[in-house]
Design a protein around this ligand. Sequence first.
Ligand code: NAI
Ligand code: MG
Length: 353
Amino acid sequence: TTYDIALVPGDGVGGEVVAAGREVLDAVARTSDADIGFAWTTYDWGSGYFAEHGRMMPEDGLDLLAPHDAIYFGAVGSAQVPDHVSLWGLRLRICQGLDQWANVRPVRFLPNVPTPLRTTGADLDWVVVRENSEGEYAGLGGRNLSGRGPGNEVAVQTSLFTEKGCERIMRYAFELARTRPRRRLTSVTKSNAQQYGMVLWDEVFTRLRADYPDVETDSCLVDAMAARFVLRPASLDVIVASNLNADILSDLGSAMAGSLGLAASANLDPERRHPSMFEPVHGSAPDIAGLGVANPVGAIESGALMLEHLGQDADAARLRRAVDAAAAAGVLTPDLGGTASTADVVRAVLDHL
Ligand code: NAI
Ligand code: MG
């Protein structure tokens, strides 16, 4: 099988890490027991495209992506385009336009990687399941609502929670928890302060629990959850949270694993009506862009998630073992305290495939 992949490098280190990931994925295909290959189509959308066309991607961009088997994405964001314009113009447009309503963000700890937690001896393996279509990022609200001019502006940013939206992401998380040894699911809420949307969230979670008696559950306020990540990490397995809450907690999780550069994610349309998108969690990292030292592991592990989505579980596992082996051999980029370049990490992963 040749998989037809849309490659969207985006801005900054986005291009560096997806190039690394592509090289590794091509090598996985070459060395696979299965007969697989990748055909890549690159779409040069992002801030450079914006400078020329006044938009982040063409008007028919979603139609161009639709026929692909999957999308492999870098990151967006540059000093030339306001962040809310670049994010809404490209990444959020793809996620929401292709109904990729489940954002799955595993937090995996690599051997030999120094982390704030290693000292606790905690051996952690979490998955943050993020609602990816509504909630705080529904895009509802407006500016200049007071009509009273400068100095008196009022802006509103509204969250949207639907029963169906809560139910589908929670069922996804319950099903995922079921496949894991610990079968534990924690729902993240803030229903003490947010008395409409988050209360609906809690009620749906309570109702669904009855359908999954084999999954152990609990519910935790997001502020307490931030502390629990650090203080009682071993109490967590699968975590389901709203768009904003999961965004924040997954960055915290990846920092605890050692670096934001390690974190992988999948933006899934679990109903498979549209292609899903695989991307590292981090942004365009302008502070290190162009230096050749970006950590490619988040992008490479996103490639492993893509392999799983395409049904190639054995190759995904083999790729993760190669990433582990490269880390265990001490080939680490500067964000992890090492001196390796992006290319060094790619070489080490290829060596271990
Ligand atoms: P960032 O994730 O780009 O960088 C935060 C810190 O982590 C920086 O110190 C950076 O050097 C480091 N870092 C990130 N990725 C790394 C990697 N692969 N290897 C080593 N170090 C890495 O977040 P920041 O600085 O808040 O945002 C920069 C730009 O990225 C902004 O324009 C923002 O809007 C955009 N952004 C885009 C995202 C996306 O496309 N999915 C997600 C987050 C931010
Ligand atoms: Mg984020």
